[in-house]
Design a protein around this ligand. Structure first.
Ligand code: GLN
Length: 479
């Protein structure tokens, strides 16, 4: 609680974050908007503290907000032309909770338009660059948030993960990225991509910081009827054995995965064995259907969610039209990125009466098999440890003309989204050329707190850095 204890002022913290944001923006293109008003917010917090008022656990902590979270600060564009000029009248529940705790948003971060992508190259505002190599991708879709944390502009940033958009950019920028159990954090006020897999989560530099953020933001929200009754604050019913059974999926150990990532996984396995954990090798053949099922189910939901953008209700409107149908058509044609259009077309196709059974229904059945496959795996182990993406950050532009190559980046992240499971990308070293490698811890539904604590245990973290007061086991943190 360095700010609350007046060791550092909120104004100084925010000033420093804003300076860094402006400094890196030119080269890395991290933000769609930098919030220079943040300083006034920081001054208010300093005044409250000076007046002896109580402040929240994140008092004065600067953070970055992925630009698909609605809030009254700045325009919410989802990095799409069609939302240009859109100022939201509502604020996302998660933003309200973070700000009630005293966090200060210093900028909105770049993403693939509407979060469709794995590299942040589908943004109307241009690509975000990788934190270690300006010629390479930041990962996506939450590339801006990952790079903002990796370059230490902010200690945490928000993300959305529909099929890997938090874990993938976290892994290729060397930071932690958590996709919680589906329904843990309210999606109210976050622009919908695919409602049955969308999750809200965070990027941090330390695993234990995720615990604090989850304690502040998890819980049921009557504005989002898919939120689960709060489970995050419950103390685990049984003793949580620090020695774990870790499942490793044989099916992911193949030539499609970069050799340096495979050896990082092997090293981590050895490290786990040497520290007393048990490794269990698993075959999970059904997971190979996940990518195909995802790229049917998700476009179907996208086609429906994006139908609201018609040039009448939000943001951009094409000037070229003289009739209402033309207005819809021209606005959508000019306003969406090519990848958005591709997904709308695929989605409407797989939902159409002649093809529904062959595609959508089949994908829905595959989804059930995937859920069963994970249930069976978690009878044998506590967590799974897998790669995140198949390769370290690739060169900008190298996959933009090949959508299938881009989709293959998601093969090991999307299965969790289909099953609603929590996943945490953890840093796991570097390639010979200095690019970041990440691995992913996966647990059963509602095991979020155990995953975070395990990652903190692996990293040897004892306490939290956001406010230096967090007990990672949460014992002294009950609200
Ligand atoms: N890369 C995946 C996709 O393009 C995931 C995106 C996301 O999680 N928002 O669909």
């Amino acid at each position: 609680m360095k700010v609350a204890n007046q060791e550092i002022s909120a104004v100084n913290l925010v000033k420093e974050a804003l300076e860094k944001a402006h400094k890196y923006q030119k080269d890395y293109n991290i933000f769609t908007w930098i919030n220079d008003e943040a300083l006034a917010r920081a001054a208010e917090i300093d005044q409250k503290i000076a007046a002896g008022e109580t402040v929240g656990k994140l008092a004065g902590v600067p953070y970055a907000l992925k630009d698909n979270f609605l809030s009254k600060d700045g325009e919410t564009t989802a990095s799409a032309h069609i939302l240009e000029g859109f100022s939201s009248p509502v604020t996302a529940t998660v933003v309200e909770k973070l700000e009630a705790a005293g966090a200060i948003m210093i900028g909105r971060t770049n993403l693939d338009a509407f979060a469709h992508g794995s590299s942040t190259e589908n943004s109307y505002y241009g690509s975000t660059k990788n934190s270690k190599d300006l010629t390479r991708v930041a990962g996506g879709s939450s590339g801006g948030s990952a790079v903002a944390v990796a370059l230490d502009i902010v200690q945490f940033a928000t993300g959305t993960d529909t099929g890997g958009s938090i874990r993938l950019p976290a892994s290729i920028n060397g930071v932690y990225g958590l996709k919680p159990t589906y329904g843990t954090i309210s999606r109210y006020g976050v622009i919908a991509m695919a409602s049955s897999t969308d999750c809200i989560g965070f990027f941090t530099q330390q695993a234990s910081d995720l615990n604090l953020l989850m304690r502040i933001t998890a819980g049921q929200d009557r504005k989002d009827l898919t939120t689960l009754p709060d489970f995050y604050h419950e103390k685990p019913a049984e003793f949580d054995d620090p020695v774990k059974k870790i499942g490793v999926i044989r099916d992911f150990d193949n030539d499609a995965v970069d050799p340096e990532i495979r050896s990082a996984l092997r090293e981590k396995i050895e490290e786990l064995k040497n520290t007393g954990h048990e490794i269990i090798e698993l075959d999970m053949p059904v997971l190979k259907y996940a990518l195909a099922a995802y790229y049917v189910i998700v476009p179907a939901e996208i086609a429906s969610n994006l139908s609201r953008h018609d040039g009448v209700r939000y943001g951009f409107r094409s000037e070229k039209s003289s009739t209402l149908p033309e207005l819809y058509k021209n606005t959508r044609n000019e306003g969406f990125m090519p990848e958005n259009k591709r997904r709308i077309m695929i989605g409407n196709f797989v939902l159409s009466s002649g093809f529904y059974d062959a595609y959508y229904l089949k994908a829905a059945k595959a989804r059930t098999l995937i859920i069963d496959e994970y249930n069976k795996a978690f009878e044998k182990c506590d967590f799974l440890l897998t790669p995140v993406g198949p390769s370290p950050a690739f060169k900008l532009g190298s996959k933009t003309n090949d959508p299938v190559a881009m989709y293959l980046e998601d093969a090991m992240t999307v299965p969790l989204n289909l099953a609603g499971l929590p996943g945490l990308a953890i840093p796991a070293g570097k390639t010979k050329t200095g690019l970041d490698i990440g691995l992913q811890l996966v647990g059963p539904r509602r095991s979020d707190r155990r995953i975070i604590n395990f990652a903190a245990q692996l990293a040897g973290e004892a306490s939290n850095t956001i406010n230096d007061s967090l007990d990672i086991n949460g014992e002294s943190e009950e609200e």
